[in-house]
Design a protein around this ligand. Structure first.
Ligand SMILES: *[C@@H]1O[C@H](CO)[C@@H](O)[C@H](O)[C@H]1NC(C)=O
Ligand SMILES: *[C@@H]1O[C@H](CO)[C@@H](O)[C@H](O)[C@H]1NC(C)=O
Ligand SMILES: *[C@@H]1O[C@H](CO)[C@@H](O)[C@H](O)[C@H]1NC(C)=O
Ligand SMILES: *[C@@H]1O[C@H](CO)[C@@H](O)[C@H](O)[C@H]1NC(C)=O
Ligand SMILES: *[C@@H]1O[C@H](CO)[C@@H](O)[C@H](O)[C@H]1NC(C)=O
Length: 320
């Protein structure tokens, strides 16, 4: 190892090497556990900083930003955490920076709440521009001066906005120095999401294998046939061959009677993951959500069975 490092230093001027190191760090795409945070209170799910410091997650998705078909500026809803006059969400600025300093990616989740039914012309580009200015540019926004790592589109067969246009517009703000991670969480049954996948621009897909009896684990019959059948369809989409696909699961069983797709952690480890992890584009497990995980300690139970590696995508200036 030492010999190789020395050779590098001899062969390349230092400035080249250091700029490469910076850009490769910025472009290190983690696998692991991703989690939604934001829709409960600090006491139910912990603060953002506590969530990152737990060491259990590699991606935290802040949920959520409401977007308006009319083109009105999107609005934040962080429920119990912040947003009041005496507790503005700029309190999250330093917490986000702490997460990022721990190499945890922080994404903004949009799309769960889309208000309005008739989209105004150009609303997609306007929404993307608002998101870039307020959350991805480092300029002052509702979360302070932050540069979030990316955006997550959380869709429920949602056809009101053209998400592919939003994805392309967000991508147009990325630079060789600053990648903008683009991710989406379609439901496993979502028939309309293909257009968004066809952009070829998604780095991550966190498929929601829950609240969808047709493609989730059947906890009553303890049967994973439909889940694994659907998983195979998602991982084999050619447009996702350069993306990382996560299996999205509820972190707690939810209602008592109906199965929501929850899989006991030991069943997941023993029966499901051996098949799931064979996919070359398998990235890890997405959990919904931190408050539920707080109750069940699901992430703690599975974290040693989920890959943690980080793939560095190098730009063209990379000499090897
Ligand atoms: C949730 O997490 C917070 C912070 O880590 C902790 O203080 C709290 O006790 C947890 N709540 C439950 C119910 O586990
Ligand atoms: C994962 O989170 C749990 C609490 O949910 C905590 O007890 C544990 O220490 C965390 N694991 C790591 C590696 O930090
Ligand atoms: C945040 O950015 C604004 C400009 O967008 C600047 O005026 C302000 O000083 C910055 N605040 C901090 C704490 O860096
Ligand atoms: C939206 O932005 C894209 C670039 O991402 C551009 O090609 C398109 O013309 C824009 N659409 C409108 C309606 O402005
Ligand atoms: C599991 O479910 C599938 C399809 O729903 C069914 O064909 C299969 O027989 C079931 N397996 C068991 C062991 O019940």
């Amino acid at each position: 190892m030492a010999t190789k490092t020395q050779t590098l230093i001899l062969l390349f001027p230092l400035f080249t090497l250091s700029s490469f190191i910076n850009s490769s760090q910025a472009d290190c795409t983690p696998r692991g556990i991703s989690v939604y945070w934001g829709q409960s209170s600090d006491s139910e799910e912990g603060t953002l900083e506590e969530t990152c410091k737990s060491g259990n997650y590699s991606i935290v998705m802040i949920q959520y930003l409401t977007v308006y078909a009319s083109g009105r500026d999107p609005t934040f809803n962080l429920a119990g955490h912040c947003g009041s006059q005496d507790k503005p969400c700029t309190i999250l600025e330093s917490q986000i920076q702490t997460c990022q300093s721990l190499n945890i990616k922080v994404f903004l989740s949009i799309g769960r709440d889309v208000v309005g039914i008739i989209p105004a012309r150009g609303v997609e580009n306007k929404t993307a521009s608002f998101i870039f200015d307020n959350f991805l540019s480092g300029k002052a926004g509702p979360l302070g001066n932050v540069t979030l790592d990316g955006v997550n589109i959380f869709t429920v067969n949602n056809l009101i906005l053209q998400w592919d246009v939003i994805i392309r517009a967000l991508h147009s703000y990325a630079t060789p120095q600053k990648k903008i991670y683009l991710s989406a969480s379609p439901q496993c049954s979502d028939l309309f999401f293909q257009r968004d996948i066809n952009t070829g621009l998604l780095d991550y897909i966190f498929v929601q294998f829950y609240s969808n009896p047709a493609c989730q684990y059947d906890r009553i019959l303890l049967n994973s046939t439909l889940l694994l059948k659907s998983w195979k369809l998602w991982i084999s989409k050619p447009e996702l061959s350069n993306a990382l696909v996560f299996m999205g699961l509820p972190a707690s069983p939810g209602g008592l009677i109906l199965s929501n797709g929850f899989i006991e952690a030991d069943v997941l480890r023993r029966d499901t993951l051996p098949t799931v992890q064979q996919a070359f584009n398998y990235g890890g497990i997405m959990l919904y959500d931190k408050a539920a995980d707080n109750k069940t300690k699901y992430s703690d139970a599975i974290k040693d069975s989920v890959p943690k590696s980080c793939t560095c995508f190098c730009d063209e200036s990379f000499p090897f």
